[in-house]
Write a protein that binds this ligand. Structure first.
Ligand code: G3H
Length: 493
């Protein structure tokens, strides 16, 4: 049952219709239109969310614009206290949020709970690190031709109104990773949650509110990406856009957006390069976890494995064995099931199509390959090539392909041909060799002897090429959400 303070968010009918937060109040949209949030688990409507109008967006953004000017004057220590309180409230409501998250997006209990607790920890860390964000003081004497008469006081100031667009696969955590840093640095937030995950996001908004975020400093706009998302990204009142989602959507936003700062985490198509001397047991386990957790719907999932033929021949049976041991497909609310459905019928159909196409083009299905509704079996393909859609374009599902290379140099060349550049893993017992190879791979981050992953969240997290732009990670996100403002003192000679 929701706690009393969540009561005002919906009409409590079955299914409940949720309001949106216009910066001051929880209200129904004048559009009189709602969107169903359908559970991928059993098709039931978890709730209905508002389809907010453009006029309501204009009003909310104007409110945020005004509120931000006051919010940036609130002392950092006070903003920090509000964020710590929000973190406590997230923890307090972990069970409720976890249950809802499972229904909305079909995560396992462990995955959903981890997401919520990680969000609380992240909020605390942003608050803590906010206290250490500093500007600097520079003297003109350092540059030829100037003298000591110039001193720059370089402050870090907020950007204004930050538009935060979060994806369905981490609707709480990848919202917090945008909202918390924006707030602590004195920005206002216009929050556009994903449709699946929107209900958790609305609760999250209220959590920040009850923790003390003033009116107008956060507004939450629900609606379809095509309508509301497009309108928001080109809205003149928005001063920065932070987005997590597919490369395709990221590129299309970036093309339209104009000259404002952006921080984009887009798709990944992450390779694992296995050297002959790797610890094969650990490698196989990491590949299984990397490929199949949350049904492969993570931008950091392992999508293909490269190695010399003897390496693949030794590794592949191990990966198959471990997949059978570790992965149980089925409703994640039941027993030990840990591979649930993918998010929608459309997604499942697309994944199935790509598997069929890969097979027709010469790939061999070593395990799985079948679809049952939105459930896709954990699928392992051998003899894939980068030309196949299953590997060429990010496939957001539980599928991993194996590629046999003639040499490690060839493997690096293949990886670097990809239009993605989020992460890559290298498995070897020779860490020095791993580092040297890592330096040759064109991706944001290289992991030695682990699956790709975003965390720990204080590490820099970034994609290059089609995988994004800008750097996230606690301190880096805070820096990205502020700009330098030098005030130059010109002393008389
Ligand atoms: O889906 C994109 C996320 O940033 C991946 O995060 O590596 O913690 O699962 P994760």
């Amino acid at each position: 049952m929701p706690k009393d303070y969540f009561e005002k968010l919906s009409d409590h009918k079955s299914p409940p219709t949720y309001k949106f937060f216009n910066g001051e109040k929880w209200v129904n949209s004048v559009s009189d239109k709602t969107i169903d949030v359908i559970s991928p688990l059993d098709d039931h409507v978890v709730g209905k969310i508002q389809s907010v109008t453009h006029a309501e967006i204009d009003q909310a953004v104007s409110l945020a614009k005004v509120a931000q000017k006051e919010w940036m004057k609130v002392p950092m220590i006070k903003r920090t206290q509000i964020l710590h309180l929000a973190a406590d409230w997230i923890r307090e409501h972990e069970h409720y949020l976890t249950t809802l998250l499972i229904k909305e997006i079909g995560k396992t209990h462990t995955e959903a709970k981890d997401e919520i607790l990680r969000s609380a920890d992240m909020t605390d860390y942003f608050a803590h690190e906010g206290l250490h964000l500093t500007g600097e003081e520079l003297s003109g004497e350092a540059f030829p031709g100037y003298d000591q008469t110039k001193i720059a006081i370089v402050e870090r100031v907020p950007l204004g109104v930050v538009l935060a667009i979060a994806p369905f696969n981490y609707p709480v955590n990848l919202s917090v990773s945008k909202i918390a840093p924006a707030l602590i640095t004195g920005n206002a937030v216009v929050f556009k949650p994903p449709t699946q995950g929107a209900i958790c996001s609305l609760l999250l908004t209220e959590i920040f509110r009850i923790a003390g975020v003033p009116d107008g400093v956060i507004v939450t706009i629900t609606g379809s990406g095509n309508d509301v998302g497009d309108y928001l990204t080109t809205h003149p009142g928005i001063d920065m856009v932070t987005f997590t989602g597919s490369s395709q959507v990221g590129k299309s936003i970036a093309e339209k957006i104009g000259m404002i700062p952006i921080l984009f985490e887009c798709g990944g198509n992450n390779p694992a390069l296995v050297l002959p001397d790797a610890d094969f047991d650990n490698t196989a386990m990491e590949i299984v976890k990397g490929a199949f957790s949350y049904s492969g719907q993570r931008c950091t999932a392992v999508k293909y494995v490269l190695g010399l033929t003897p390496t693949i021949e030794k590794l592949l049976p191990l990966v198959v064995k471990k997949t059978k041991e570790m992965i149980k497909m089925g409703d994640p609310r039941v027993g030990e099931n840990n591979l649930g459905p993918v998010i929608s019928d459309g997604a499942a159909n697309e994944i199935e199509k790509r598997i069929i196409l890969a097979k027709a083009a010469g790939a061999k299905i070593v395990l799985g390959g079948k679809k049952d509704g939105r459930f896709i079996e954990p699928t392992i393909l051998d003899h894939v090539t980068l030309a196949m859609d299953i590997i060429h374009t990010e496939t957001f599902g539980p599928v991993v392909g194996f590629i046999r290379v003639k040499s490690i140099d060839d493997a690096i060349e293949l990886i670097n041909q990809s239009s993605y550049g989020l992460q890559a893993s290298i498995f070897t017992k020779d860490e020095g060799a791993g580092i040297k190879l890592g330096q040759l791979i064109d991706v944001g981050t290289v992991q030695i002897n682990s699956k790709p992953q975003r965390g720990p969240d204080n590490f820099p997290f970034l994609g290059i090429k089609g995988s994004g732009t800008g750097v996230q990670g606690i301190r880096y996100t805070l820096e990205a959400m502020t700009r330098f403002k030098p005030i130059v003192l010109n002393k008389p000679q």
